[in-house]
Design a protein around this ligand. Structure first.
Ligand code: SF4
Length: 500
């Protein structure tokens, strides 16, 4: 079996993903999302800017090799020659790789025997010291798009250091990460080698068995995974606990230990035994959530901090606000508002769209003009992003502070209202999930905010106006979904108030 850096990275993120990539049926995979390709392009730009800034004089392999082994040999030739910086070198270690007895005695390899290993570090940097090549050695640099030196990055960097150690017969004392924006971070090899050894042993054992590792749906981790539909269907058929909001991997393990394996068993379990594990508040919350899912009905939270019938009571004019942003360019390019007039029974969508990022200031002024026209109308939105953006744009375009404070005081965050006041039979509390349960459907099914990021990018690079139309439709539907949610919340809490 060939153990590669990307297999290891996948394994660290999700052992099941590594297993399925190796043994799964590729026809079960979802189509790749456009956003993944966009991330790859961003990564290429990031790598290019690292090279320009720090390593403009790198060497790369001559183009004559085709197999990994040939590329690895060419890399070793460059290392032997002592070039300062090798870009896209290949590190290959197999069972035939034999080191000198002296090196083996001093720093034995930690890679399990019986496998081939392949690493593709972005850079190999020459340093003074000792190796089998002479009075120099190399250490690896990996370049990542993330803004934090994540454990999986450190693990893979240590893997490169171990491959290098075997190839050059000298363990590099460090490995380096370069994350965004052009930030260096060192990896402590001594600390990470035992972890790498443990994970590799576990990884090869799991990958060699015939059984798929357990499914565990975690929104952030599974979001862009191409096995999502496959895994989600299995999780649903098993009533898997990871589909209960609030059940994290460690809570899942604790629940398993007391025999709670499904949503149904969580709903029916003895509450005291769950309380013993995780405290009263959390135990009650998880069990109520399981109840709601099993019986497919909403439950009011007992001690909501809001008086929702009052906060959500209908006004003549109400505004529903949603933003589309492009994080890479740091621009909020669409400020969408649906104005609902309950007297005339109209709802009009106002999309303030920056066709170029430079127009952000213009659309901000247009947005202010509209919201100032309805000076006393509440502005409903979903999540913190709208509040944070108003603060950011106010500061950037020097809007007087009293105006910003007044605007902020009109905001009503329905996400916060929901999570503190009601339990719904949903797998997560995103707008999409909530509104879908309430019967609202986006005109373009299966689209998410990250697709809008790709469309905006496509519009800027190709000038295709159909991309803008798709974004506007999506944003308007987000505003309307927020309206739908608000109407439902009002009705639900008014009924409770009426009956009590
Ligand atoms: S969907 Fe989630 S659980 Fe399934 S393989 Fe991907 S990351 Fe793992």
């Amino acid at each position: 079996m060939l153990i590669t850096d990307s297999l290891l990275l996948d394994y660290k993120r999700c052992s099941r993903r590594a297993f399925l990539n190796l043994h799964g049926d590729p026809t079960q995979q979802d189509q790749e999302r456009d956003f993944l390709d966009r991330l790859r392009q961003e990564n290429k730009r990031h790598i290019a800017s690292v090279l320009d800034t720090y390593y403009p004089h790198y060497e790369r392999l001559p183009f004559s090799q085709s197999s990994w082994q040939e590329k690895a040999q060419a890399t070793e030739v460059l290392m032997q020659q002592g070039v300062d910086c090798i870009y896209k070198g290949i590190l290959w270690v197999d069972d035939q790789c034999s080191n000198s007895i002296e090196w083996r005695e001093n720093s034995p390899r930690i890679l399990p025997f019986g496998y081939d290993y392949l690493g593709k570090p972005h850079l190999l940097i020459k340093q003074p010291g000792q190796s089998k090549f002479g009075d120099w050695f190399y250490y690896p640099i990996s370049i990542h798009l993330g803004r934090k030196a994540k454990p999986e990055y450190k693990l893979v960097a240590t893997f490169y250091a171990q491959l290098l150690a075997i190839i050059q017969e000298s363990t590099p004392p460090i490995a380096e990460l370069i994350i965004r924006p052009l930030k260096h971070s060192s990896v402590d090899i001594v600390q990470w080698l035992p972890k790498l050894q443990l994970i590799l042993e576990e990884c090869v054992t799991i990958l060699e068995t015939a059984d798929e590792p357990d499914v565990f749906i975690a929104r952030q981790r599974c979001n862009l995974c191409r096995w999502y539909s496959y895994c989600h269907a299995i999780a649903q058929s098993q009533q898997h606990l990871s589909l209960v909001p609030g059940v994290t991997p460690s809570r899942y393990q604790s629940l398993q230990e007391i025999g709670i394996l499904t949503t149904d068993s969580l709903a029916k379990a003895n509450l005291d035994s769950i309380k013993e594990l995780m405290g009263t508040e959390l135990a009650e919350k998880l069990q109520q959530q399981a109840h709601s899912l099993v019986h497919n009905h909403p439950l009011a939270r007992p001690q909501s901090q809001y008086n929702l019938p009052e906060i959500l009571s209908p006004r003549r004019i109400e505004l529903y606000f949603d933003i589309e942003a492009e994080p890479e360019r740091n621009v909020d390019y669409l400020l969408g508002v649906v104005v609902v007039d309950r007297l005339t029974q109209t709802q009009i969508f106002y999309p303030f769209l920056a066709e170029t990022p430079e127009e952000e200031g213009v659309i901000w002024q247009q947005f202010l003009e509209l919201v100032n026209t309805y000076d006393h109308a509440p502005i409903f939105h979903f999540s913190d992003y709208e509040k944070d953006t108003i603060k950011r744009l106010g500061k950037l375009y020097k809007t007087p502070d009293p105006q910003i404070q007044h605007l902020l005081s009109r905001l009503i965050d329905l996400h916060h209202c929901v999570i503190t006041s009601v339990i719904l039979p949903v797998e997560n509390y995103s707008l999409k999930s909530l509104a879908n349960w309430l019967g609202f459907h986006w005109r373009d099914a299966g689209i998410s905010g990250d697709q809008c990021v790709c469309w905006y990018d496509q519009w800027l690079t190709t000038g295709d106006r159909s991309c803008l139309s798709s974004i506007l439709r999506y944003n308007e539907d987000d505003c309307l979904a927020t309206l739908h949610l608000k109407n439902w919340l009002l009705e639900f809490f008014s009924k409770i108030e009426f009956s009590s």
